[in-house]
Design a protein around this ligand. Structure first.
Ligand code: M6R
Length: 604
């Protein structure tokens, strides 16, 4: 949830740390801070709130030094005050941390009993004090760090600077990601490839339990048992320039409008339009023999999983379970021998989803992941990785990752159905052709966004908004509600349209707009009847549909292009994203960094 970066450089560290923190701010923005070693002394600047507040502090009180660490915080333990902001520092070390130290209370009590006092309430400060106590007892920096690690329980990525050591840094990974970046006479640490974009594209992803000692010219990685280990170097394709709003007002807006391009890009990796077939990455198990599929994810990725359940069951005729990752392992799921568990995650680091993946893996399921971040932990722990190729998604509200996840899941479904014989070659070719058509239709929808903007401006004053859909459009309704609530702070719920009469219709009056998602098809008449029931109770209905003759009395009808059943859910994701975006703009909220949230949720 927090973003961390460390630089052992040849030039001033602070401007580079701030640059990196800008790219990491999506991971948390409750407070930010940097620390450097300069003339053997440790120096630190911190500020609650966004990075701009830290920039103001640094402008007023600059910090020198070529070696430094930086942090952007999503608060877990302790309010977002200056005392709880990282780096946490003693007279010997400065530390930044992402994750949660679960046994921090016991450690804090132990240190307090020896006379140590604490300035804040965070679990991280305990790590700084613990390492200091080992240094004070005479341990070398390396020993003090490994002794400290041996005492910690929980999830953490750590980066440590030591007083008097301008050419030394330590990092560790247990449960939270940490990457080593290799430079020319410089070395770096960061939460992810984004942190190090612009610094290094030669990355080493630490494995669980690894820790690392770095100087400018050397590094050594150790396993948890302190034995040295070599890890592969991979090449990052994330460039600093990719993380740029361009001419757009917000990253979310840019990412919404990028969708035709990135979905085309994603489909380009999975479809062979000339031969009318799908090409998946190499699979180490027999797809045709998979008896059951389990889909697990959180938030928007969970709604992608819900859409995919309809596709997989209807087209490939394979039974599917869909679970919210944070609930999955606690319900002690019954696995089917030879089953395939697919984990969907933009970041590939979401702790709930990663824990679910490990649970399924331990149970012997085939493991696949659908991720945007290629070097992510989920990708590295999967038998089959299906990247979504959406490019960096910075807005906290997921948009292009959702439609790219759907595009990949649709291609996967067609391949699965082809492999198990549920559909023939002609049907495969027809589905491929349909998918190929999606980007053009998406572009058409986006070019007619003015009407949605006007509707959003009209309904932005509502306290509650409902989204309804049936069948495969029910998860799109839930996704619309999630998008709206997370960035506009308007209370919203997504319901299966037929469920309204079982309770939620009691909420309807002329102040509650209802967004109906009802493309023409077998269920559209039923959905429209449910919308009539809402209108009969003075509800304000906005209909997204390709039906050009909707019932009279609607507050608004947004005309959608007609499309096949496979790509239609992908298309209907766009108007609900636009509605949320423009409602948030109308309300003046912080669209890209909505309150209380972070992009990458690496705590349980
Ligand atoms: O990185 P992941 O896809 O695993 O993230 C899952 C959710 O945290 C994420 O989709 C979240 O719900 C978004 N803020 C929704 O816009």
């Amino acid at each position: 949830m927090c973003g961390i970066v460390g630089i052992l450089g040849l030039t001033a560290a602070v401007p580079r740390l701030m640059d990196s923190l800008k790219r990491l701010e999506y991971r948390g923005y409750d407070s930010a801070g940097v620390a450097t070693v300069s003339n053997v002394e440790l120096g630190r600047r911190r500020a609650p709130g966004k990075l701009s507040a830290l920039a103001d502090v640094l402008a007023a009180t600059p910090l020198e030094g070529n070696s430094g660490i930086g942090h952007t915080r999503w608060a877990t333990h302790g309010e977002p005050t200056i005392n709880n902001a990282h780096p946490h520092m003693t007279d010997r070390v400065a530390i930044v941390h992402n994750g949660i130290i679960e046994n921090f209370k016991a450690l804090k009590d132990e240190l307090t009993a020896t006379g140590v006092s604490f300035e804040g309430d965070t679990d991280t400060e305990v790590v700084a004090q613990l390492m200091t106590s080992y240094l004070n007892d005479g341990s070398s920096p390396r020993d003090a760090f490994s002794q400290t690690l041996s005492r910690l329980q929980g999830a953490f990525a750590l980066c440590v600077l030591i007083k008097g050591e301008d050419n030394l840094m330590f990092g560790a990974r247990e449960g939270s990601p940490l990457v080593v970046g290799l430079g020319d006479g410089e070395n770096y640490l960061g939460s992810d490839a984004m942190a190090l974009a612009g610094l290094s594209n030669q990355l080493i992803y630490l494995e669980e339990g690894d820790w690392v000692e770095l100087t400018r010219n050397q590094f050594q990685i150790y396993r948890a048992d302190n034995s040295p280990v070599d890890r592969d170097v991979s090449f990052s394709q994330v460039a600093a320039t990719m993380i740029d709003k361009g001419n757009h007002r917000h990253f979310m807006q840019k990412e919404i409008y990028e969708q035709p391009t990135v979905v085309a890009q994603a489909l380009g990796r999975y479809l062979d339009p000339i031969n009318g077939c799908v090409k998946l990455p190499d699979i180490s198990f027999d797809l045709a023999a998979v008896p059951k599929i389990t889909l697990v994810a959180c938030g928007t990725s969970f709604y992608a999983a819900q859409v995919a359940r309809y596709w997989i069951e209807q087209i490939a005729r394979v039974p599917v379970d869909v679970d919210i990752a944070s609930e999955f392992r606690y319900r002690d799921p019954v696995y089917t021998d030879g089953g395939l568990a697919i984990f969907i995650s933009q970041s590939g680091e979401t702790m709930d989803t990663l824990s679910a993946l490990r649970h399924a893996k331990a149970a012997g399921q085939h493991i696949a992941s659908i991720v945007n971040v290629l070097g992510s932990t989920m990708a590295r722990e999967s038998d089959l990785v299906m990247p979504i190729h959406a490019g960096p998604e910075v807005g906290v509200a997921s948009t292009k990752a959702f439609t790219c996840q759907l595009a990949v899941l649709a291609a996967f479904t067609v391949q699965l159905a082809s492999a198990n014989g549920a559909i023939n070659e002609t049907q495969v070719a027809n589905y491929v052709a349909e998918l190929e058509h999606a980007p053009a239709l998406m572009a058409k929808i986006l070019s007619a966004d003015a009407q949605i903007e006007a509707i959003a401006q009209d309904i932005a004053g509502a306290r509650d908004i409902l989204f309804v859909g049936r069948g495969i459009y029910y998860p799109i309704a839930m996704e619309g509600a999630l998008k709206l609530k997370e960035i506009s702070y308007i209370h919203a719920e997504g319901y299966a349209a037929g469920e309204l009469k079982h309770g939620p219709i009691a909420l309807i009056d002329d102040n509650v707009p209802v967004i109906g998602i009802a493309p023409k098809g077998v269920l559209s008449e039923k959905t429209v009847s449910n919308l009539q029931e809402i209108m009969a109770r003075k509800g304000k209905v906005v209909l997204f549909s390709d039906d050009e003759t909707p019932p009279a009395g609607m507050y608004a009808h947004v005309s959608m292009p007609s499309a096949g059943d496979l790509i239609s859910p992908i298309l209907y994701a766009l108007p609900v994203q636009l509605l949320a975006y423009y409602a948030a703009v109308e309300k003046g909220t912080d669209v890209d960094m909505p309150r209380n949230l972070a992009k990458s949720v690496t705590v349980e």
